[in-house]
Design a protein around this ligand. Sequence first.
Ligand code: FAD
Length: 410
Amino acid sequence: MPAPSATAPYDIAVVGAGPSGLTAGLLFASYGFSTVIIAPKVNLSDGRTTALLQASVDLLTQIGVWDRLVLKAAPLAKMRMVDDTGRLVRAPEVTFDSLELDLPAFGYNLLNKDLNLILEKAALEQDNLTFLNQSAANYDAKDEATTITMGDGSTCQARLVVAADGRKSLAREAAGIDVKRWSYPQMAVVLNLNHDQPHRDTSTEFHTPTGPFTLVPLPGRTSSLVCVVTHEEAERLKDMGKAELALEFEQRAHSILGKFELNSEPQMFPLSGMIARALVGQRVALIGEAAHVFPPIGAQGLNLGLRDVAGLGKVLKAAKDKNNDIGSAEVLGAYEKERRTDITTRTVAVDALNRSLLTDFLPVQIARSAGIYFADKIPPLRRVLMREGIAPGTRSKRKSLLSRVTRRLG
Ligand SMILES: Cc1cc2nc3c(=O)[nH]c(=O)nc-3n(C[C@H](O)[C@H](O)[C@H](O)COP(=O)(O)OP(=O)(O)OC[C@H]3O[C@@H](n4cnc5c(N)ncnc54)[C@H](O)[C@@H]3O)c2cc1C
């Protein structure tokens, strides 16, 4: 039998309980909005890990979950990039140290299942927040509010729908928002492993001719691995036994962490990208993978999704303080303006980095190597890149740092 339908509209219905949706629900409820999260069961078996950068840590601290998450996470104090392309023009090895920014770490890496579990628990404890274990099946947007029909036929209303329902977002489709999609000739092989030698809180990214091979610290002598290869190579790796695969990856890592032992099943993800042509529609705002999908390079995807959450929260709180309608075109337009540049810039940067590794075109290889060389040798540029990597700064801060770099280069 369908659950009874709510009569009074919620302020906000967040559809989807991935990390973006759960964080959004917690933030909006903490601002005093009556909030409902609509989603089927939270995924507590995701074997992947997420490297959360400083801006994400700040948001998770604000919503009161960071002290629980940090107990499950490993700090990323140093980030090392190694050109392992074997090409004629190679970049020098570069190590970025968070102490150069007076930070203990650039970010923290933890298992997605721990992240989701802790966020779900906090959401169940949060005032102003209701959890409906349902799939949203239909949306009817009207001038005052949107009616959402659930899989069991029950309905609820909200003044604003926040679409956090992932890359195949039904909420986005129902709002008529078009997307641009593309794919890459690569597959990410993802797993976690134990190793002999300590990682010393350092993540290492080998740039190979088929894409990055990245080891990211987890607590203890454990790391997560994202190995980007061709589809054919992924098929070959899939057929290997665990011991054989561990040896293969240890060799690819040049044994920098000693002997490897797999501690999770390998998962395969085809590399693709997607960007929504608008972030808003009638009484709906898109966040996380409903708005943008990245290849797993440079730890950008969820970090960008959490910046959507913070950006939307800021706009909604300002509207609330002025007694404005949070689902109005004006308020949603402010969200689009707040987030569009960051999303577009990251999409272009990750795409360019990935394609620069794949190309055999010498001028591109030289440009990439020179970029990494200057990043190593020019301290202000290093700091701009490090800061931009973990939390995009204000335009004025970025401008003044860039002008210092330009002066130095000139
Ligand atoms: C191999 C790999 C490694 C990655 N590593 C990193 C990293 O280190 N750092 C980083 O920042 N990012 C990383 N990412 C990206 C990151 O995993 C994603 O950005 C993130 O998981 C997206 O979260 P989300 O909440 O937006 O979407 P999802 O996690 O996809 O959640 C969508 C939710 O919507 C629900 N849903 C779907 N349809 C409906 C419906 N009709 N009604 C109700 N609910 C619905 C689903 O059940 C789910 O709960 C990685 C990605 C990959 C593939």
